[in-house]
Design a protein around this ligand. Structure first.
Ligand code: SF4
Length: 91
């Protein structure tokens, strides 16, 4: 299992999630974050922190968002670890 960042993060890139993650699971895409499924320990701590409700367990993906599971997995491979210090694009 893993948690997954979905469409709502795109062009927002709030990063409260990064601060509460106990491992280095969040990675930087250009306009959003992704979660590395090899790092995520499924603690769920990030879910309530997201102001746009972008994060879901892979077992509870909303309709139409399922493709983000593969995107998070693929795009996290070569991405930098998120530090929480990138610009928030919604501002
Ligand atoms: Fe990090 Fe836990 Fe969220 Fe996984 S579920 S990304 S380990 S805070």
């Amino acid at each position: 299992m893993t948690h997954v960042v979905t469409t709502a993060c795109v062009d927002h890139k709030y990063q409260e999630c990064v601060a509460v993650c106990p491992v280095e699971a969040f990675k930087e895409a250009e306009t959003y974050l992704v979660i590395d499924p090899d790092e995520c320990i499924d603690c769920g701590a990030c879910v309530p922190e997201c102001p746009v409700d972008a994060i879901f367990a892979d077992t509870d993906m909303p309709d139409g968002e399922e493709h983000w599971l593969q995107r998070n997995e693929d795009e996290s491979v070569d991405a930098e670890i998120a530090t929480g210090e990138s610009p928030v694009l919604a501002d």
